[in-house]
Design a protein around this ligand. Structure first.
Ligand code: GDP
Ligand code: MG
Length: 396
């Protein structure tokens, strides 16, 4: 029997990806990504556990997962309690709420790659075929991202020029993308910006999927691309590696279905969840000033829910949401996790990568801004003091 990939096994066994990851961590199995392979023994062990689960009348978890200290989205306090206090129930590894109570969220995908390799064309193809045109009007709004419908659920594609958005957002310490698609033209193979894109995805620790585009061209040389990928340490699955490679054509649509399916599978294994009731967290993907409307900020909600009328704090500014627009151009009242929205209500354009927080009222918003300003000034003063001391010492 040949080796089995995690995502393929989850699919075959019809098991929820979250459960699959729990089993793997219970078994102490190390893996790099959802396309990592499992040996026969592990596969058998997983099958046994699942079979036992099915047979037992009461659905229990064999071993409670230990709570992790790095709750990424919820208040840290709850996570620091003694683990012994929660013996009676399963503790979710990443969220403070029991895992099955925190709903799944759609994956947020960024498309990167060398210029002219087909990023825009691929996004356009997906948008054309996967976004339901509004009955009336049919004018989609540019909100920096759009939601594609697939049989496996929604996928959010960031459609701000891949690179810049991703790098400037990351440079500010935020991570919006869950998965990176690296587009490589089949007739051009790996180019400098491809290497850059790969490096960014790796630095951000987001799983990447390689889409070899322009498969329709007679000059397409897929083997060369694969060899070049191997030279970048991205070994395609068919050569025994972990890298998911999908051949596509943004022109004919060939392979796009497979690509979407792969995204869903990887997303499922990543077990992306976010609590719509949690404190708001969002990231600015881009912003602009419209002559008539004023400042428009495109934001992706990461957790919690944005509501018209909310006070938001971004950087050292705050604003009150006057209007929210979704990617279909519709005015909406609220937006939950993994929703791209356009916000009207800021007085100055925020920067891509700025994180969005909410305040209960204007007073709190002002206080949050004030404390951010104080923290920054204190830091600046401390640096200035250090510099002066050094000047004294070295007599500069
Ligand atoms: P970007 O710079 O990565 O956004 O690339 P574009 O989407 O602008 O595409 C660059 C050029 O390649 C355009 O002329 C596209 O029409 C063409 N192109 C993109 N995808 C395909 C494809 O799948 N097949 C073919 N034959 N041409 C493509
Ligand atoms: Mg482009």
């Amino acid at each position: 029997m040949s080796k089995v990939r995690i995502y393929a096994l989850a699919k075959d066994l019809g098991v929820d990806s979250g459960r699959m990851l729990e089993i793997l961590s219970d078994l102490g199995v190390q893996f790099k990504s959802s396309s990592s392979t499992l040996d026969e023994e592990t596969v058998e062990a997983i099958k046994t556990i699942l079979a036992e689960e099915k047979n037992s009348a009461t659905p229990t978890t064999p071993t409670a997962t230990t709570p992790s200290a790095q709750g990424d989205s919820a208040p840290a306090l709850q996570n620091q309690g003694a683990p012994t206090a929660t013996v009676e129930r399963e503790v979710a590894p990443r969220d403070t709420a029991p895992k099955n109570e925190v709903p799944h969220r759609a994956p947020v995908v960024t498309i990167m790659g060398h210029v002219d390799h087909g990023k825009t064309s691929l996004l356009d193809y997906i948008r054309k075929t996967r976004v339901a045109a509004k009955e009336a009007g049919g004018i989609t709004q540019h909100v920096g991202a759009f939601e594609a419908k697939t049989s496996k659920g929604k996928i959010v594609f960031i459609d701000t020029p891949g690179h810049e958005a991703f790098t400037s957002i990351r440079a500010r310490g935020a991570n919006v993308a869950d998965i990176a698609i690296i587009v490589v033209a089949a007739d051009d193979s790996i180019m400098p910006q491809t290497r850059e894109a790969i490096a960014h995805a790796q630095a951000a620790k987001v799983p990447l999927i390689v889409a070899i585009n322009k498969m329709d061209l007679p000059t397409a040389n897929i083997d060369k691309v694969k060899q070049d990928l191997i030279a970048q340490n991205l070994v395609p699955e068919e050569f025994g590696g972990d890298t998911i490679v999908v051949g596509v054509s943004a022109r004919t649509g060939e392979g796009v279905e497979d690509l979407l399916e792969m995204i869903s599978l990887v997303a499922e294994l990543e077990d992306l969840r976010a609590d719509p009731k949690a404190e708001l967290g969002g990231v600015v993907v881009e912003s602009r000033v419209d002559r008539q409307m004023g400042v428009l900020a495109n934001v992706i909600v990461q957790q919690g829910t944005l509501r018209v009328g909310d006070f938001l704090v971004v950087g050292e500014r705050y604003g009150k949401i006057k209007a929210l627009t979704d990617s279909l151009g519709a005015r909406i009242k609220d937006a939950g996790p993994s929703t791209p929205v356009q916000i009207l209500g800021f007085s100055e354009a925020p920067t891509a990568g700025d994180m969005v927080a909410s305040a209960r009222n204007e007073h709190e918003a002002r206080e949050m801004v004030q404390s951010r300003v104080t923290v920054r000034r204190d830091g600046e003063q401390a640096r200035e003091k250090r510099r002066m001391t050094l000047d004294d010492i070295f007599g500069a």
